[in-house]
Write a protein that binds this ligand. Structure first.
Ligand code: UDP
Ligand code: MG
Length: 328
């Protein structure tokens, strides 16, 4: 079996984080293996079960039991996709590592194209999706967000370019060196740099099951993107605060002048109320912004692990590609 595989291009690892994906996982696994077999390259698939509550883990046990290419990890609870990605990357042993969602929204058929591009010398081959299947509101929000975030954040975030990408070993090693607790992968991928190429593909709907992203999650994700990379948003406080203080001083001088000339007439109820509520709201927003940074410092200080593993491929089944070559 190993003999017919071409070793010249190295081993390919596929990392798949899964959370409650029982409805689509079997179809994904079949499609992935069919495509990987066509590539005629040694490979391994690393599934990370992110504390699923459905039958995801038992499916992974079955996959690993019947196919030595498959390994899995299972978390003790849901730690989020970022933790799943990190665990998968740590577990991967390949010379190239592709990251894919389990819901068939990242079509395995694109792997061949990604490998072709990677052979041209790219460390990151990124599949950039169109927004054809997003609702108009979500598409509009996403677009505006990227414009805003690219203005405020040092690293460049590309709309539609997510986690579906093929990384070289040195890019993976670079990512693994970034030990921060609050992981915002989109930014980390951009931060490590290396030669990167983007190619477009048409968005496909989920193969089954439902998306784990609500608008509330998306808002949190958006805030993460803004504050994960630098303290530039904190300057917003200065940028907004200074002109407002100037305006307030001018207004105060005008009022004092009016009192000196015309005496006390005691109107100004509306302007007082507008100033108090306006400034109050702004202060709360800016306090929240400062709080985001403080919270992050607090999280980093605790130095907790990113995730806890409760189960992994039984040692009798687990085979890295190197071990498989040795055993066969
Ligand atoms: N996922 C995960 N942990 C989570 C949420 C999602 O591992 O807490 C996985 C999920 O199983 C899927 C991928 O991350 O493989 C993308 O999730 P989803 O399809 O829900 O996101 P969307 O495509 O809607 O952005
Ligand atoms: Mg999806």
């Amino acid at each position: 079996m190993i003999a017919i595989l071409s070793e010249e291009h190295g081993v390919l690892s596929i990392v798949v984080p899964c959370f409650n994906e029982e409805q689509v996982l079997e179809a994904f696994n079949d499609e992935l293996h069919a495509r990987l077999a066509e590539l005629r390259q040694p490979y391994e698939v690393v599934f990370v079960d992110d504390g699923s509550l459905d039958g995801t883990l038992s499916l992974l046990r079955t996959f690993a039991a019947r196919d030595p290419h498959v390994r899995y990890l299972s978390f003790s609870r849901n730690f989020g996709k970022e933790a799943g990605l990190l665990a998968g990357l740590r577990e991967s042993t390949g010379d190239h590592v592709a990251i894919m969602d389990a819901d068939l929204q990242h079509p395995p058929s694109l792997l061949r194209r990604m490998l072709d591009l990677q052979r041209e010398g790219f460390d990151q081959v990124v599949a950039r999706r169109s927004r054809d299947h997003d609702g108009p509101l979500r598409a509009l929000l996403s677009r505006s967000y990227y414009q805003l975030v690219n203005h405020w954040v040092e690293v460049e975030l590309v709309d539609g370019a997510g986690d579906f990408r093929l990384l070289s070993r040195r890019a993976v090693d670079a990512l693994l060196e970034l030990g921060e607790r609050n992981r915002f992968s989109k930014g980390l991928f951009s931060w490590i740099g290396f030669r990167t190429v983007f190619f477009d593909y048409t968005d496909v709907p989920r193969g089954g099951g439902t998306s784990k992203w609500s608008y509330r999650h998306l808002l949190n994700y958006a805030v993460d993107g803004m504050v994960s990379f630098n303290s530039r948003p904190l300057r917003l406080a200065i940028h907004v605060g200074l002109p407002l203080t100037g305006l307030a001083l001018l207004y105060a001088a005008w009022m004092v002048g009016a009192v000196l000339i015309g005496g006390v007439t005691a109107p100004g109820y509306v302007s007082l109320l507008v100033a108090v509520t306006g400034f109050g709201g702004m202060q709360i927003v800016l306090l929240g912004l400062v709080g985001e940074y403080v919270g992050r410092v607090y999280n980093e200080c605790k130095q907790r692990p990113h995730y806890l593993v409760s189960e992994r491929t039984p040692s009798g089944l687990a085979r890295t590609p190197a071990q498989r070559a040795h055993f066969s």
